[in-house]
Design a protein around this ligand. Structure first.
Ligand code: PLP
Length: 400
């Protein structure tokens, strides 16, 4: 295979070789069911215990406060449904306009069922205002759900303070920390956070494994009903190989946390500074707020993110665009729209998300490859300076 310049780690990350190695025995010799009475299956309990203690260490919580799930989405759904079930007398949910669809689409569904939902706005830097949270909280509020870090821009939200404010008003606090875990320090013991979601495939474990932190003592109702696994909190035979893999990934993430905030951050800054210096009419979305060390979201004025992605894909570069072209109309990302990014910039955004596996040579290859791509696209852009902006005919339906 040709060289892949992988800068899409917020979408998913490679499985670390150490993680793959940790998982391998469970596909071959150690295939027993941990619920079995016999030594062979029951013996697998100790590997799950090890994994749970590794994840607990990364988060600064108790092992008994962790439930393994199938993904970040399941953790988010469980946290939210559990709270709704546990507080039937309450009818209000607060979240933000910039959440991942895993939270936003559930919020919309709840609205359709008669639940009242408040979506907190963000400023032009992408940041929430805690006064808005204070104003929105009522005695009727069951839950506040605010992501720890945004997947598109990397903006980090003040969730610890938000959790304190929420607790003072008697509601539970959930955070979707899928993008934060392994990238910034987390110590749950020092916070008032009640529920936290994480996903393995964003931190070099495989896709299809996640975890939910449930603070000891809070009301909890299971989302999946069935067997007694995970102490009756999440039914279904445990995915032992993936749980072992997540444990190893958590251990590696703890060891790499400093590297994320030095090495990876320096690479991200080099990429961001290199591109914005070499190319005119760019802006860094979320650049004015605290951000994850691995993420940069850069808008190139007058062009469409998808066209950039297609052209750089031919050069071996993998990144993401914020916009999604659906049913013939070009909709910029809901995150950039909430930040009021100007129209001419909102459509041309590219997210680069790095990991410890990226190198300076890769960054320099991107800095070198980009200017001709942007120049070419601007030359043929129907939107460029002086031309009418974004008519409905601007976007052909894309076939992904
Ligand atoms: N929440 C955020 C912030 C994410 O970035 C993602 C993944 O894209 C998810 C939730 C969903 O995680 P999963 O793919 O494990 O369901």
């Amino acid at each position: 295979m040709e060289k892949v310049y992988y800068f899409d780690n917020n979408a998913t990350s490679r499985v670390a070789p150490e993680v793959a190695k940790e998982m391998e025995p469970f596909f071959n010799e150690l295939y027993g069911n941990p619920s079995s009475m016999h030594f062979f299956g029951g013996g697998n309990q100790k590997y799950m215990d090890l994994a749970r203690s590794r994840v607990a260490k990364l988060l600064g919580c108790e092992t008994s406060e962790l439930i393994f799930t199938s993904c970040g989405t399941e953790s988010d759904s469980t946290a939210i449904w559990s709270t709704i079930q546990s507080y039937p007398e309450k009818n209000h949910f607060i979240t933000t306009k910039v959440e991942h669809p895993a939270v936003l689409n559930l919020a919309k569904h709840m609205e359709s069922k008669g639940y009242r939902v408040t979506y907190l706005p963000v400023d032009t830097a992408g940041q929430i205002n805690l006064d808005d949270l204070k104003t929105a909280l009522t005695p009727d509020t069951a839950l506040v759900s605010i992501m720890w870090a945004n997947n598109e821009t990397g903006v980090v939200y003040p969730v610890e303070e938000a959790a304190r404010i929420t607790h003072a008003k008697g509601a539970l606090f959930h955070t979707d920390a899928v993008q934060a875990v392994g990238k910034i320090p987390i110590n749950l013991k020092e916070t008032k956070i009640d529920l936290l979601s994480l996903s393995g495939h964003k931190l070099h474990a495989p896709k299809g494994i996640g975890a939910l932190y449930v603070r000891k003592g809070i009301r909890y109702s299971p989302f999946m009903l069935g067997g007694h696994q995970e102490h009756g909190r999440r039914a279904g035979t445990e995915n032992v190989p993936y749980i072992a893999g997540l444990g190893k990934a958590a251990e590696l993430a703890a060891a790499n946390l400093e590297k994320e905030n030095t090495y990876v951050k320096a690479l991200r800054d080099r990429l961001e500074n290199g591109l914005t210096a070499a190319i005119k009419n760019t802006r860094v979305n979320g650049g004015g707020a605290p951000r994850l060390p691995n993420t940069t979201n850069i808008s190139f004025e007058y062009i469409e993110g998808e066209s950039i992605l297609l052209m750089i894909s031919e050069l071996g570069i993998c990144a993401s665009s914020g916009s999604a072209c659906t049913s013939g109309s070009l909709e910029p990302s809901h995150v950039l729209m909430a930040m009021a990014v100007p129209q001419t910039y909102a459509h041309g955004s590219i997210r680069f998300s790095l990991s410890v596996y990226n190198t300076e040579e890769e960054v320099d290859y991107i800095i070198k490859s980009f200017p001709p791509v942007i120049e070419r696209l601007r030359a043929i852009s129907p939107f460029a300076e002086g031309k009418p902006l974004f008519g409905t005919e601007a976007c052909e339906p894309h076939h992904h």
